[in-house]
Design a binder for this molecule. Structure first.
Ligand SMILES: *Cc1c(COP(=O)(O)O)cnc(C)c1O
Length: 360
């Protein structure tokens, strides 16, 4: 079997999706499943759809092409605001994209006109996280201009929080989004289908019943994949945190000092690592490294194993506490956080192994 490899349990992902979709539905919120964390892995997407998400959302067209090539027929949303140079591909690939720039919206309209289609958009509003979005003062003016575009339909407005500035969703910013939507609907006499308020950082607010009723759409990625809300990264009750497990193989196992021997300068990545002197320890080299995974986001499932560091191709671990129970050729299992999952999914050196089974 391939090593290193990442096992994927579609049944657990389906279960997580079903749990979160039901919670959101109880609060009048429809869920789009976000597949960018798994590079558009088709079986993960199918599991999300079985769990009840009504659209697949991804930040990269390549990932959406992969889903479509696998024959998955659903409503597709591009989550990243399109590059001006990509408008033709965007219109050809997805039903809807998130947008904040008039120049791009005009080009999307032209591309859609030339194909005889209508492209739907969610206009993103920046409510303080300072990544993508129209500043609230400018929303009415932008909507006026977008409504004049021939082949663009405004499906809704949305905002993204907790991504760049770490701003959490709260009553103030969610009510601001709802108020903006109401102002747009009144001023232009139109109906917005989606008020897309939150990602996985909004779950606590939803379950607390604190979301303004007008907010009716969520885009959920990490919570479905890893079973955590993303404000405190606490496990979400009733979901699995272990749908993904990374396995790497021991390629060297030796008793050596815990502190390097000789004069020291930078390591391979330009850092000056510190070493704790624990005398002689049993050190395992594993066949995975910084090229494949975010090492800081890995945790050995066996808590007696300690990660000491990594270079691009090796991970070094202190396995003194499991001495005698580990050998060259054995596999060590790790759980991953979101950053480590994305990196491992992206690395072509990490095998992807789908476990059988469906969730109930
Ligand atoms: C990544 C992303 C999401 C999903 O966020 P999670 O925290 O993984 O739920 C939602 N919306 C946008 C715009 C994104 O870029």
């Amino acid at each position: 079997m391939n090593s290193p490899r990442l096992t994927i349990d579609p049944g657990k992902i389906e279960h997580n999706a079903r749990t979160l979709v039901a919670l959101c539905r109880d609060h009048g919120i429809e869920v789009g499943g976000v597949t960018k964390g798994v590079c558009g892995q088709p079986e993960v997407a199918r599991a999300m759809l079985r769990g009840g998400v009504t659209a697949l959302c991804d930040s990269r067209l390549e990932n959406i092409h992969r889903l479509q090539a696998a024959g998955i027929d659903t409503y597709y949303v591009l989550l990243r605001v399109p590059a001006l140079s990509a408008v033709d591909a965007v219109v050809d690939t997805v039903d809807c994209s998130l947008n904040s720039e008039l120049a791009v919206l005009r080009a999307l309209s032209d591309a859609a006109v030339s194909r005889g289609v209508v492209h739907e958009v969610i206009l993103m509003v920046d409510l303080g996280d300072l990544r993508e979005g129209i500043w609230p003062d400018d929303v009415i003016a932008v909507v006026r201009q977008v409504l004049a575009l021939q082949a663009i339909r405004i499906k809704g407005i949305g905002t993204n929080l907790s991504c760049f500035g770490g701003v959490v969703p709260d009553a103030a910013n969610m009510n601001q989004l709802a108020d903006l939507a109401r102002a747009v609907e009144r001023q232009f006499n139109l109906q917005l289908q989606w008020l897309s308020g939150v990602n996985s950082s909004g779950l606590e607010m939803i379950v607390a019943g604190a979301m303004p009723p007008a907010i009716n759409h969520a885009r959920l990625g990490e919570s479905i994949l890893l079973g955590r809300e993303t404000i405190h990264r606490r496990p979400w009750a009733g979901t699995h945190q272990d749908a993904f497990t990374l396995y790497a193989e021991v390629v060297e196992l030796k008793t050596k000092p815990s502190v390097p021997v000789g004069e020291r300068a930078e390591d391979a990545f330009g850092h000056h690592p510190e070493f704790e002197d624990r005398g002689m320890i049993v050190r395992a080299l594993l066949n995975i490294g910084r090229e494949d995974v975010d090492v800081e986001g890995m945790a050995p499932l066996d808590p007696r194993i300690r990660i000491l560091g990594a270079s691009s191709g090796y991970l070094v671990a202190d396995v003194s506490s499991v001495k005698g129970a580990i050998a060259v050729g054995n596999e060590v299992a790790f759980s991953l956080n979101y950053a480590a999952l994305v990196a491992a999914m992206t690395s072509e050196y990490v095998g992807k192994h789908l476990l059988p089974g469906r969730g109930e």
